[in-house]
Design a binder for this molecule. Structure first.
Ligand code: FIX
Ligand code: ZN
Length: 419
């Protein structure tokens, strides 16, 4: 991987730290990528890169095309429009645009030609199996956690049919529909053979939800259970989501030794016309998380929060509760300015007991840019922190830096599961 630190020579150990950060394999703890066996569910290539929902949101900053006209276009036509508006008519300096170019550049493509047909031609000649390996190598990833939802009709059928797993892809059981859309989900569970009742559920319903979670945990070999939550999430509260968490999800996680990953801060469909690109961010009252960590010490919680304004409080909570592990700069916080700020704050408050980044990639090729950009920032933060230690007379060995970086890049995350 290329040298990122412009001033590396300034600090004697900077080069060593940079080398270690750039070469340590990473566990990407949350993505929306799939094992290649899921075929078309694994997105990759230039058109998927261009129609990424981050770029869809950005194109409407410049285009006055009615939303329905945009959605009526084919994927290639949407990609053409985005390329023209965000890369040709304006310079592509936003993080999401720059990311496309970093990826193309590291794949060995010549971006300065601005030749979209040539880029398409190159991707058309790639085979997905080798492309997965290539992207993982360029990103330096050793494992990718997927987001696996039994409520996705296409995905569910693949799991039910069975396939040979690619061991580089681990599963995360995603349960948003279960917790946040219970009235629609309960009849589906009934159809799948679970004896649940939608309104004022009796004890039996929660046992049946546990049976459903156990079946799916086993089927997909889930490593954690995950939900993204609206910014107004409360716990405790008088609603079905709270009851399901308390009486089904948390007991299930305890029984199977799985962490429960909560991702609060989303305001879904702030602009529904933008579809997937239409979600926003809101401040969360993290007392809900505090109540969970304090009330269920036998459970383990993984958390990333969407609002910048929640990041400090989240760090302080992690100092109070060892059953809380924080990870990633999620979505709107995954921009260099905030990754730098958040990572520095986390190191200063938590040392090495957190996971600085996940990619949240939806398109395979994105792991290349997301990890290249993040590694550069993490390296710079560590150079500053180890240099500050050096000023006290503390000397650090290469082995110690390697140990620390391994922890940041998945070691601490996976150890948290096993403790
Ligand atoms: O809920 C989530 O896991 C979010 O990461 C996504 O739904 C979101 O659309 C995204 O892609 C963020 O990066
Ligand atoms: Zn996600």
């Amino acid at each position: 991987m290329k040298t990122i630190l412009a001033e590396a020579s300034r600090v004697p150990i900077a080069k060593q730290i940079e080398d270690i950060v750039l070469s340590t394999p990473v566990v990407d703890v949350h993505t929306h990528l799939y094992d290649p066996a899921f075929k078309e569910l694994l997105l990759w290539g230039i058109d998927d890169l261009l129609v990424y929902h981050y770029l869809v949101a950005e194109v409407f900053r410049y285009s006055d095309l009615p939303y329905d006209k945009f959605w009526a276009l084919s994927k290639i036509e949407q990609a053409d429009l985005i390329w023209d508006a965000l890369f040709i008519q304006h310079s592509p300096i936003s993080e999401a645009c720059r990311g496309v170019l970093t990826t193309l550049h590291l794949l060995g493509l010549d971006v300065k030609k601005r030749d979209l047909p040539a880029l398409r031609q190159w991707f058309a000649s790639q085979k997905v199996e080798t492309h997965v390996t290539r992207c993982m190598e360029l990103a330096g990833l050793k494992k990718i956690y997927m987001t696996n939802s039994p409520f996705d009709d296409v995905e569910r059928l693949v799991w039910e049919k069975g396939f040979r797993r690619d061991e580089r892809f681990a599963a995360g059981l995603r349960i948003d529909q279960l917790l946040l859309a219970w009235p629609e989900t309960a009849p589906r569970l009934v159809r799948w053979g679970y004896k649940v009742e939608a309104g004022a559920p009796p004890r039996k319903t929660f046992d049946e939800v546990r049976r459903f979670l156990a079946d799916w945990t086993k089927r997909i070999d889930a490593q954690y259970v995950m939900v993204s939550l609206p910014s107004n999430f409360e716990f405790p509260a008088k609603n079905i989501a709270t009851q399901l968490i308390e009486k089904a999800v948390l007991p299930h996680c305890r029984e199977h030794g799985l962490p429960f990953a909560l991702m609060p801060g989303v305001r879904r469909a702030v602009n529904p016309q933008l579809k997937l690109a239409g979600d926003g961010v809101g401040l969360t009252n993290l007392e809900a998380l505090q109540n969970l960590c304090a009330g269920f010490p036998e459970n383990k919680f993984l958390t990333t929060v969407l609002a910048r304004e929640n990041q400090h409080e989240l760090c302080v909570l992690a100092r109070k509760f060892r059953n809380l592990h924080i990870f990633g700069c999620w979505w709107f916080t995954n921009v260099p300015y905030l990754v730098d700020e958040i990572t520095r704050m986390r190191v200063e408050l938590l040392g090495l007991s957190f996971t600085p980044q996940h990619s949240d990639a939806r398109v395979l090729d994105q792991i290349v840019y997301k990890w290249t950009h993040s590694r550069g920032i993490i390296a710079q933060v560590l150079v500053d922190k180890y240099s500050a230690l050096g000023q006290t007379g503390w000397q650090i060995s290469r082995a110690e830096i390697e140990r620390d970086v391994k922890d940041l890049f998945g070691g601490a995350f996976e150890r948290f599961f096993k403790q």
